[in-house]
Design a protein around this ligand. Structure first.
Ligand code: 4NP
Length: 153
């Protein structure tokens, strides 16, 4: 069983996609006893809110329902509760690492896109101030990374 947490800034655009796409694969491929997934934001602006309506609409267009997810803030307890903590960009990386209390915690944190491009620390760009095209690009990036995670079980 691998416990994976996806982290972004607000937990309403990028990280809910990681959680929702993984839940989609878990259901499709009956991987319930292989993965446990969740998502969180480093900021608390959107606690208890549903994902951004543009992210919900774009994910739905791509066959993934994320409408029932709700935002929460990342907490230091997440370091013990999860095996892998995948962040979207350098700012998330810095914010999460700042709360790590030991090397074991630090070693759990990685850029999501490093599953596709090891050690390159590529970003999943924040689509919040972007257009539909940016939301689609984010979906495709997160989808490919999740596909890779599922393939490696
Ligand atoms: P996320 O996107 O980190 O992918 O959820 C954002 C959501 C909200 C804000 C920024 C980024 N915000 O400033 O409220």
């Amino acid at each position: 069983m691998q416990k994976i947490l996806f982290v972004c800034l607000g937990n309403i655009c990028r990280s809910p996609l990681g959680e929702g796409i993984m839940l989609h694969f878990i259901e499709e491929k009956n991987l319930e006893n292989r993965f446990q997934v969740d998502s969180a934001g480093t900021a608390g602006y959107h606690i208890n809110e549903a994902p951004d309506h543009r992210t919900i609409a774009n994910a739905k267009k791509n066959g993934v329902d994320i409408s029932k997810l709700r935002a929460r803030k990342f907490t230091p307890e997440d370091f013990d509760a999860f095996d892998k903590i995948y962040v979207m960009d350098e700012s998330n990386y810095g914010n999460v690492l700042a709360l790590a209390q030991n090397t074991e915690h630090k070693n759990k944190v990685d850029y999501l896109l490093n599953v596709l491009h090891p050690q390159q620390n590529k970003h999943v760009p924040d689509p919040y101030y972007g257009t539909e095209k940016d939301f689609e690009a984010v979906f495709q990036l997160v989808y490919k990374a999740c596909q890779k995670i599922v393939e490696t079980v």
